[in-house]
Design a protein around this ligand. Structure first.
Ligand code: CA
Length: 231
């Protein structure tokens, strides 16, 4: 597979929030591990090779600050986004001084968090040149970096969106049905589910990449059947 799934470590002690975030990240094509206290988070960050760490600050056993300080003290460069409480300006400054790369303030929209995670990934993957690259309809895609450029305008892709483009391109000339997407890209165990997942995701992707989403040139609709690559 040309898309290497980015790995996210989520250090968050509030179980409902942690589960909701992990589900959202996995839906977008990330791998996500959860640590529920600072000590566990530190141990997992030391062991695993994560692309991004999402770090709550108020945590049991070790605080997010202590985790950050320990990791940076050991030379770990894992890109870290702090999850901070509203109004806690001092926390943001302290976290950034300890080496965190960015922060989002609770409560935050999933979209915003995804954009921040994507930004950290692009930063760390910029030097890598091993991804699938191609140009279509004036957009230069680099799926290894999950990015595309139309002129100077940068388009940020989620891992799932990258997989969709890669799959359609690999099967150009064929119609890819919704069921096939669910089985092959989302890896659903069965496609016999009523879901708008594919259409909704494709609609969002078109908004990002097509000059005119109402007249798509990159991802074509085959009425009543599915989608096909535009080239
Ligand atoms: Ca907390």
């Amino acid at each position: 597979m040309p898309i290497e799934k980015p790995r996210v470590l989520l250090v968050e002690d509030e179980p409902t929030l942690a589960q909701g975030l992990a589900d959202a990240l996995r839906f977008q094509g990330y791998e996500c591990d959860i640590a529920s206290d600072g000590e566990q988070g530190l141990a997992m960050a030391r062991r695993g090779s994560y692309d991004v760490m999402l770090l709550d600050l108020m945590l049991p056993i070790l605080s997010g600050f202590e985790v950050m300080e320990a990791l940076r003290g050991e030379g770990s460069r894992v890109p870290t986004i702090m999850l901070t409480a509203k109004g806690a300006e001092d926390d943001k400054v302290r976290g950034l001084e300890l080496g965190a790369d960015d922060y989002v303030t609770k409560p935050f929209a999933i979209r915003e968090l995804m954009a921040r995670v994507g930004a950290q990934l692009r930063r760390t993957r910029r030097e890598r040149g091993d991804g699938e690259t191609f140009e279509i309809d004036g957009v230069r895609f680099d799926l290894g970096r999950l990015t595309g450029f139309r002129g100077e305008e940068e388009i940020v892709l989620t891992p799932r969106e990258g997989e969709i483009l890669s799959y359609l391109r690999a099967h150009q000339g064929n119609v890819v049905t919704r069921d096939e997407f669910l089985l092959e890209v989302w890896k659903y165990p069965t496609a016999s589910v009523e879901t708008r997942t594919v259409d909704n995701t494709l609609a969002a992707l078109r908004k990002k990449i097509e000059t005119n989403p109402a007249d798509p040139q990159i991802i074509k609709t085959v009425r009543g059947k599915g989608y096909r690559w535009g080239a």
